[in-house]
Design a protein. Structure first.
Length: 313
């Protein structure tokens, strides 16, 4: 009994939240049903936004508080902010969207060190021209805090209105799509994509199935990749680039959000997003937890999560 209680205690400590939004972010009020590679149910991903120019969807994004949206830097290389509309609570690209609201863009902040050649630091903040009111169809997502760990095979979810495999546009009415993909080992990803002359940096994280079939594609750029920790959804990545769409041995590449807590906090300053630090365990760690005495199990888990040992007791 004592051992199980201790493990639960550490699991609780491994999800650490900070800042004002952490009590509401990443908690959809409607059921989030995931199978993968299908249309999402309304309200499942209430932070998902559509960025549109002259009535056409060109990128995705995620709501991180009532005034700011997170997206990719490459979405704004040749885009005038005055022409951009941010659509929230949207389910379909065409037809009726009764829960949809629209905002303009007051300010665009592209990362100062964004490299369009390598897509390093592919991150941008959009300040809305007026605040939004949260409801069950419009909610902020939590962001991965500095030091968050997402090892290979960690289950992740991607969403967007981009092209489906073989670069075909979504058929009308263009329902929001969702898919589950695993995190890919960083070195393995770098090796696979080096064949396409693509460089993977520490500011990137990869995800995808070895056999392909599920992936982000054109039009999904800037949208979120999220992971579930207990009852909280945490955005771990921003859809950035890849070689083709859903091809075998060609994972998608995402901006690693845990690298940018300081940058985001510096730019937003007040009413900061909810940053959450979670940790996943590999099979070896879990086996050791069951075999080692309680004290050493607690110590191992705390060190695995990168927490101070003193905070675990």
């Amino acid at each position: 009994m004592w051992r199980s209680e201790c493990v639960v205690l550490v699991l609780f400590l491994c999800v650490r939240e900070s800042f004002a939004q952490s009590n509401i972010c990443g908690r959809p009020q409607l059921n989030t049903r995931i199978v993968g590679g299908q249309a999402a149910s309304p309200g499942s991903w209430p932070w998902q936004v559509s960025l549109q120019s002259f009535g056409f969807h060109f990128c995705g994004g995620s709501l991180i508080n009532k005034d700011w949206v997170l997206t990719a830097a490459h979405c704004f290389q040749n885009t005038n902010e005055k022409d951009v509309k941010v659509l929230l609570g949207k389910q379909t690209l065409t037809g009726s969207n009764p829960n949809q609201i629209q905002r303009g863009v007051r300010k665009v902040i592209v990362h100062e060190r964004y490299d369009p050649n390598t897509q390093d630091n592919d991150i941008t903040l959009l300040q809305l021209d007026s605040s939004v009111t949260f409801n069950k169809f419009i909610m902020p997502v939590c962001l991965a805090a500095a030091g968050s760990s997402f090892p290979a095979a960690t289950a992740s979810w991607i969403t967007g209105w981009g092209d489906i495999p073989d670069s075909h546009s979504l058929p009308d009415p263009g329902l929001l799509q969702e898919a589950q993909v695993p995190i890919v080992d960083q070195k393995q990803c770098a090796s696979l994509l080096s064949l396409f002359k693509m460089k993977i940096t520490n500011n990137m994280i990869c995800a995808g199935l070895k056999q392909g079939g599920k992936d982000t594609c054109q039009g999904d750029s800037g949208g979120p990749m999220v992971n579930k920790k207990s009852t909280i959804w945490i955005q771990s990545g921003i859809t950035s680039f890849g070689s083709g769409c859903a091809d075998p041995n060609s994972p998608g590449v995402y901006t690693r959000l845990s690298q940018y807590q300081g940058w985001i906090s510096q730019k937003i300053i007040k009413n900061l997003p909810g940053f959450v630090k979670g940790c996943h365990y590999n099979k070896t760690t879990l086996i050791l937890v069951l075999l080692l005495p309680t004290f050493f199990s607690l110590l191992l888990l705390c060190l695995t999560c990168g927490l101070l040992v003193v905070s675990c007791f």
